[in-house]
Design a protein around this ligand. Structure first.
Ligand code: FES
Length: 157
């Protein structure tokens, strides 16, 4: 976690869950939605405040694939590999993005701009193949349209 990270947010989130027993997973989800991952410092604060062992928190973080313990790139690219997208070229889309960005599934680019992730059905199969960048869906993707999108994001950052 860098010095800009606001640790007070961790305490704020914990306060919201203090009276709710057994809500460690939603608490960790909230932490991740603020920081993009669950920082080690946050784990230590949660353990201290809720009087639980850090190892129990790490157990959850490693069991559920939704959690990340390292910072991810600024823009999260999710490439659908569900059946409809697979049939319509989802594998090629993932291959192109992997080559273009020089990273594999679950990795971030060195410049910290992108994080690449393969995902199951995003729920809009009629638009296959689908790629989601942050909160935006991009349907009927082609290698050309993805190349343009990547250029746009690169020029913004
Ligand atoms: S299979 Fe890709 S959105 Fe459903």
């Amino acid at each position: 976690m860098n010095s800009k990270t606001d640790l007070s947010k961790v305490n704020e989130i914990i306060e919201g869950y203090r009276s709710k027993k057994g809500s460690l997973i939603p608490l960790l989800q909230d932490i991740q939605s603020v920081f993009g991952y669950v920082p080690e410092e946050a784990v230590n604060i949660i353990a201290r405040e809720l009087e639980i062992y850090p190892v129990d928190i790490y157990g959850i973080l490693t069991f559920y694939s939704q959690f990340y313990m390292e910072p991810r790139g600024k823009h999260i690219i999710r490439v659908c590999q569900g059946t409809a997208c697979h049939v319509m070229g989802g594998k090629e889309m993932l291959g192109f993005l992997s080559d273009e960005l020089g990273i594999e599934d679950g990795e971030s680019t060195k410049d910290g701009i992108f994080f690449l992730e393969r995902v199951a059905c995003l729920g809009c199969c009629g638009m296959a193949p689908v790629v989601m960048i942050d909160d935006n869906f991009h349907g009927r993707c082609t290698i050309g349209s993805l190349r343009k999108l990547i250029e746009q994001y690169r020029s913004k950052d």
